[in-house]
Design a protein. Structure first.
Length: 262
């Protein structure tokens, strides 16, 4: 295996890869606003770097894998944080995302891939990723692990971040990761810490991707965030590297457990 991702191979090179592995790692990302300081492609940039690291870690652990494509478009950003969205949300419909995941995976299965790691790189995509994975497993025999790293990385934040470990969209953690990948696309001038007012929400009603049991898809109050939650101005590229490595390691170990030995 090399550091390259599937779209970067020639057909001859890909044939050689398929002789050694049927395991591919894919990112399901987005192009969406990430505050005034991060590029619209922040999710896709992180997804690309992360799946390359996961593939390398799987290969080093004895499960040869290749980084696949990054799906750069995702579902519309949840609007519960802001009543008026910033421009730049190039969203697709839920049916489109499901069809795209199924069609791309079936294409790769025709080439010889059988095992897949789907990395959630945009939280709004996760539910559809599970639906598509279930259909592909039941109807086409695909073996798919869907990886949501948010809960895991939240356990790492207290030991890495300089501000509060409670960070949200485009906060310190995400900003650190983009700084590690494309520092030239980050502009922190004038960016300060921001947190919404404390919530009195019922117990266990936090968003599902934080381990809760309630999904929220509409504005829930007058809060008007600046497009991020947390303290992005405290982020460093070095911390971003630590976070990317921790995320990749957890996903690689999980994928090896559920997809390994085949």
């Amino acid at each position: 295996m090399t550091d390259k991702a599937l779209p970067e191979y020639t057909t001859r090179q890909l044939k050689e890869v398929l002789e050694t592995t049927d395991l591919v790692v894919i990112s399901c990302a987005s192009i969406e606003p990430h505050g005034p300081h991060l590029p619209l492609a922040a999710d896709s940039l992180q997804g690309d770097r992360l799946i390359r690291e996961i593939a390398k870690k799987l290969t080093a652990a004895g499960e040869p894998a290749i980084a696949g494509p990054v799906i750069p478009f995702g579902l519309l950003t949840n609007q519960f944080e802001r009543s008026v969205a910033d421009p730049g949300n190039l969203a697709i419909r839920a049916d489109t995302l499901k069809a795209l995941l199924i069609d791309l995976t079936r294409s790769m299965m025709r080439d010889g891939f059988r095992r897949f790691v789907w990395v959630m790189s945009h939280v709004e995509n996760e539910a559809l990723m599970h639906v598509a994975a279930k259909e592909l497993a039941d109807e086409h025999g695909a073996s798919i692990v869907v990886a949501n790293w948010i809960q895991h990385v939240n356990t790492v934040y207290p030991d890495v971040l300089h501000g509060s470990p409670v960070q949200g969209h485009a906060g310190e953690g995400e900003t650190a990761r983009v700084l590690a990948i494309r520092p030239d696309l980050v502009d922190l001038e004038g960016v300060e810490g921001y947190y919404p007012e404390p919530s009195d929400r019922p117990e266990f009603s936090q968003l599902t991707y934080f381990g809760g049991g309630i999904g929220v898809y509409h504005p829930t109050g007058p809060d008007e965030s600046p497009g991020y939650i947390g303290e992005p101005h405290l982020a460093t590229a070095a911390d971003g590297e630590v976070l990317i490595d921790a995320m990749a390691d957890w996903i690689a170990r999980s994928a090896a457990h559920y997809l390994g030995g085949r």
